[in-house]
Ligand binder design. Sequence first.
Ligand code: FAD
Length: 236
Amino acid sequence: MPELSSLLPKSFERFTMATLSVSSVEVLTPRLRLVRLEGEALQRRSWVPGQEVKIRVGERDYRHYTPLSYRQEPGEMEIIFYLNQRGPGSRWVEQLRVGQPVPLAGPANGAPFIPLRLPALFFGDETALGLGLALQAAQSQAGAFHAVIEVCASEHADIMTLFPHLTIIPRLEAQPGSAHIRWLEQASLALDQLTFYLVGHTQSIQAIRQILTQRYHIERQRIKTKPYWADGKRGL
Ligand SMILES: Cc1cc2nc3c(=O)[nH]c(=O)nc-3n(C[C@H](O)[C@H](O)[C@H](O)COP(=O)(O)OP(=O)(O)OC[C@H]3O[C@@H](n4cnc5c(N)ncnc54)[C@H](O)[C@@H]3O)c2cc1C
């Protein structure tokens, strides 16, 4: 008797839940976990950098996350989780142990990162670390993709050491987006050929987009956005 999943078309299967298992949990910093998940369902699915997964983190709660890597054979993926310490997703990550079952749908979607327009400047926060690393690893053209990641000031030095190929900047306690805006002012880059990818905190994305269009006169079609979370909102 074939498994039900083997009778389903691939496109449908991507949206159905598979149960994976935690194979390792690495504490990168007090707020960051690198988690490896494994399961034979991943051998039948596929992933392109930029695609996301949906994980069941509670009885009725689902949250989106972005694989950092995916290997169809032997069927495993890695995700970097940020612990915001405010919601069920964060609490679920904190209690993860090796061998624990993980109900997951996907990988799926991937807009606006597929296809990625180069040269690209990518702005994000801790929640976008995995995405930034995955997109960077997929580029063969050196220097065509530059990721600038804003992180909590107390973890800045550790995260810089962990990810030397990303530009890691400390969060400023001013307005949302102010760390990236200050970085842009000081970087004095030629912006006219770049496509901007703004990922993560919705209010920061809005502030940065406004500066890019009004101060730097960047056309809207060269600014791609993907909100990952918003102040006071549960699960985007
Ligand atoms: C497509 C997609 C891919 C994503 N990929 C990743 C990923 O790879 N890794 C990852 O860590 N996250 C990722 N996220 C973000 C993650 O899904 C959200 O941060 C989510 O809100 C966490 O759920 P929660 O239950 O912990 O908090 P929620 O219940 O959603 O929110 C509770 C409270 O916490 C606040 N909050 C949520 N996130 C943060 C934050 N980062 N910092 C401060 N406050 C916050 C909310 O404003 C709210 O007030 C992704 C989101 C999307 C949409």
